[in-house]
Design a protein around this ligand. Structure first.
Ligand code: ATP
Ligand code: MG
Length: 365
């Protein structure tokens, strides 16, 4: 393939602060991959141009949330010395690539994308969908391929986007030349992390659904949200047997709790299996389980909040990090675009052979 390095590209839309779904679905893994030292290059993108595809009338929202997402990144442990943090709109090569990729994708193929279908419904775009929103999977292919990414750590709602990208890569390489790298999605091994439900029990925690626990929520907000969480609606009395499947309190425990949390906060149980067994048997109340979940989540979130407070004191520095990252990202994207244009034979002025051949054709004597 075109690139033998191991390269990561992933990102988030600046449509709000990041929540614990982002954290377990992608962010936590990114930090682990970053610190594993196994990757040659890591690009983390704040997808402002993509956010504008369904927020065209609200650019201020996107603008305000760039710093929020950047602060969330840094507070989770993404390190600008190891990962390039950048803003999508500051890399114009991405737009140019998207324009050429549009020739390789059909309208019906885009219409089949289940995630886009879902999001169209969610945004009431059925009657009239903005072209930019409809084609965002193509622009996402540009984001990934511009950096020759081999690995894209994401939640499972993004799998159709990665598949679309792979098809574009195959098509491009087949028609023009082997320039682009086929990426692989990296979804969390833990199934509960692939699509964390909302606190309301909705299948996905999402900024657009207002059912989130944010990484930057205060301890008190987190506690209140956990105590108000949807559980098993048939678990009315403590003595009733409860269900753990589809019960978001247990899904969150699956995603967050480790053995040492039991030792520390609830030594009556050895592990989550024991706790689940008791809940299913009956005799264990929701409030107790929620209190434990609160301890577990506060323990995970406190170091993140602490780092956030430090970065919040130096906002100009955060913008500087993003600017530096954007410059670095553009350099890389420009190399890929130049290779693409050469393969597509739209590099007229660099091609001395072409100029000479045309001259010959017109018989310069
Ligand atoms: P929006 O509603 O604006 O689309 P979002 O909450 O879906 O926002 P995105 O910025 O679209 O967030 O997603 C960024 C990344 O986080 C993607 O990799 C996505 O798969 C992952 N992600 C988002 N929500 C969840 C979730 N509830 N569980 C696991 N991963 C998630
Ligand atoms: Mg989304």
């Amino acid at each position: 393939m075109a690139e033998s390095k191991k390269i990561i590209l992933t990102g988030d839309r600046p449509t709000g602060k990041l929540h614990v779904g982002h954290y377990v679905g992608s962010l936590r893994q990114r930090v682990e991959l970053q610190n594993s030292g196994e990757y040659d290059e890591i690009y983390i993108m704040i997808a402002d141009a993509q956010a504008l595809t369904d927020n065209a009338d609200n650019p201020e929202k996107v603008r305000q949330n760039i710093i929020e997402v950047a602060l969330d990144y840094l507070s989770c442990g993404l390190d600008p010395a190891k990962s390039t943090l950048f803003i999508q709109s500051q890399v114009p090569e991405l737009t140019e690539m998207s324009f050429y990729y549009m020739n390789l994708v059909t309208v019906s193929r885009l219409q089949r994308n289940p995630t886009v279908k879902n999001e169209i419904k969610l945004r009431n775009f059925e009657a009239s969908i903005p072209v930019g929103f409809f084609t965002y999977p193509i622009s996402q292919a540009a984001d990934i391929t511009a950096f020759q990414a081999t690995t894209v750590p994401v939640g499972d709602d993004q799998l159709p986007m990665i598949e679309q990208t792979r098809e574009i890569v195959r098509s491009f390489n087949h028609i023009y030349d082997e320039v682009l790298t086929e990426p692989e999605a990296l979804i969390p091994q833990n199934e509960s992390c692939r699509r964390l439900p909302g606190i309301d029990g909705n299948a996905k925690m999402s900024k657009s659904l207002a059912n989130c626990i944010y990484l930057s929520d205060t301890p008190e907000d987190v506690r209140k949200k956990i105590m108000s969480m949807f559980t098993d609606p048939n678990h009315i009395r403590v003595s009733d047997p409860g269900r753990v499947e589809g019960n978001p309190v247990f899904t969150y425990l699956d995603a967050f709790c480790r053995r040492e949390h039991f030792e520390k906060f609830w030594p009556e149980y050895q592990n989550l299996d024991e706790l689940k067994a008791h809940y299913m048997r009956g005799g264990l109340g929701d409030v107790k389980v929620k209190k434990f979940l609160n301890e577990v989540m506060q323990a995970e979130l406190e170091p993140i909040r602490e780092r956030r407070r430090i970065y919040e004191k130096d906002i100009p520095e955060v913008y500087r990090i993003l600017q530096e990252g954007s410059i670095r990202a553009e350099k890389k994207a420009a190399v890929t675009l130049a290779r693409m244009k050469a393969a597509m034979k739209i590099n007229y002025f660099d091609d001395q052979e072409l100029i000479a051949a045309q001259a010959l054709k017109y018989g310069e004597e």
